[in-house]
Design a protein around this ligand. Structure first.
Ligand code: ADP
Ligand code: ADP
Ligand code: ZN
Length: 214
């Protein structure tokens, strides 16, 4: 099964993608996580990506596409995967389609997690990420057992630089300009399914499972 998660920054794509990956035992491929790992390791790619990410801008397509195509070659992708944060532009979607078509494959679903802009700043300012394992929490909607400490690995939680309100507003604008058109793009391919992302995360998950079972 090959699934794309669509939705605004903070809509809950990552949260749902992790739950789906666990349930179906397929990899969760997050380009944001890949960039953050590169930044942490101080790679050339990380240095380049950081310049854009800190401003709330998209990393250029040419730095993203090859990275994902390479990831697909790994053995764990043979039964499918969940794409979270990729594609984010029409050229990225076209590159993905082309690469899949070349090997006789296609995406099965594009799940659009729908959350209005007015909820997003709230979601992002309360998001906390683990510096150790990358797990994501929310101070109000998904708190850890001990404040500031990851439940899974015991490391410290941080507010991502790009989750500060001024950057979030930029990211939302970029989302509407460059990523939202993908809903139409995959709509034409007949694979978009909408879910209400404003309800409890377990209810969002059940709505997605319902879609995938049909
Ligand atoms: P969120 O989950 O909040 O939407 P991500 O972790 O997916 O955020 O992405 C963080 C940042 O990484 C983006 O704002 C962008 O700068 C960069 N990024 C991630 N994926 C892509 C992509 N496919 N194309 C371009 N930039 C990307
Ligand atoms: P995205 O990957 O789309 O940027 P995340 O999955 O990281 O979004 O979620 C953004 C923030 O909102 C996180 O702090 C997460 O814990 C929280 N969150 C995710 N889904 C829900 C939900 N259904 N209700 C409330 N908060 C949520
Ligand atoms: Zn952790």
């Amino acid at each position: 099964m090959k699934i794309i998660m669509l939705g605004a920054p903070g809509a809950g794509k990552g949260t749902q993608a992790k739950m789906l990956a666990e349930k179906f035992n397929i990899p969760h491929i997050s380009t944001g996580d890949i960039f953050r790992a590169n930044i942490k390791e101080g790679t050339e790619l990380g240095k380049k990506a950081k310049e854009y990410m800190d401003k709330g801008l998209l990393v250029p397509d040419e730095l993203v596409v090859d990275l994902v195509m390479d990831r697909f070659k790994a053995d764990d992708c043979k039964d499918g995967y969940i794409l979270d944060g990729f594609p984010r532009t029409i050229p990225q979607a076209e590159a993905l389609d082309k690469a899949l078509a070349a090997v006789g494959e296609k995406m099965d679903y594009a799940i659009n997690v729908d959350v209005p802009d007015e909820n997003i700043v709230n979601r992002m300012s309360g998001r906390r990420a683990c510096v150790g394992c990358g797990a994501t929490y929310h101070i109000k909607y998904n708190p850890t057992k001990v404040e500031g400490i990851c439940d899974k690995c015991g490391k410290e939680l941080i507010l991502r630089d790009d989750d500060k309100p001024e950057t979030v507003l930029n990211r939302l604008k970029v989302y509407h300009d460059q990523t939202q058109p993908l809903i139409d793009y995959y709509g034409k391919a007949g694979i978009v399914r909408d879910v209400d992302g404003t309800v409890d995360m377990n209810d969002v998950f059940n709505a997605i499972l319902d879609i995938l079972s049909k």
